[in-house]
Design a protein around this ligand. Structure first.
Ligand code: ZN
Length: 160
């Protein structure tokens, strides 16, 4: 029994540790200038709030800055997301969003790809708790929303 439970506990502990590390010292936290779009997302079920800004340079996500309040899962997930998306291609980042979303909606059935999701794999454990899935997604959906707004703003500029 101990042999079987050992490794399972270790993975859960590791996930917990990753989440707490990001919660205690959030990466890329604070609102910065310049930015192309700002959004505010709220998860009323838990009381999480994220205000998030995106700066695009061409097809690259040059910066993502944010102010997050709420539970440790929502804040840690937003921190992890910024590590993954900043400095990368918009299309790549939207692909990551889809991948993270699929993992969170799989009720723990999808094995996360550590090469791509890095610390994001820690939320695979959260996917088993439906009430917390929105907490893990709030930063990601705010990011996607902000990117969409930034892109539509820049395409309007091109038309003028
Ligand atoms: Zn929450």
């Amino acid at each position: 029994d101990r042999i079987l439970r050992g490794p399972v506990m270790k993975v859960e502990d590791l996930y917990q540790e990753i989440i707490l590390d990001h919660y205690r010292s959030k990466h890329h936290s604070g609102l910065r200038e310049p930015y192309d779009a700002e959004v505010q997302h709220v998860n009323p079920t838990c009381g999480d709030e994220v205000r998030l800004r995106v700066r695009l340079e061409g097809d690259t996500v040059a910066d993502v800055s944010y102010d997050a309040m709420g539970c440790s899962i929502s804040q840690a997930s937003t921190s992890v997301m910024t590590d993954l998306v900043i400095g990368r291609d918009v299309a790549y980042d939207l692909g990551l969003y889809e991948e993270f979303l699929a993992m969170m909606q799989s009720k723990g059935q999808i094995e996360p790809d550590e090469e791509r999701l890095e610390d994001g794999i820690a939320f695979a454990g959260v996917a088993k708790f439906p009430a917390r899935v929105k907490c893990a997604l709030i930063g990601w959906s705010a990011f996607r929303d902000a990117v969409m707004r930034a892109q539509s703003a820049s395409s309007k500029e091109m038309e003028q």
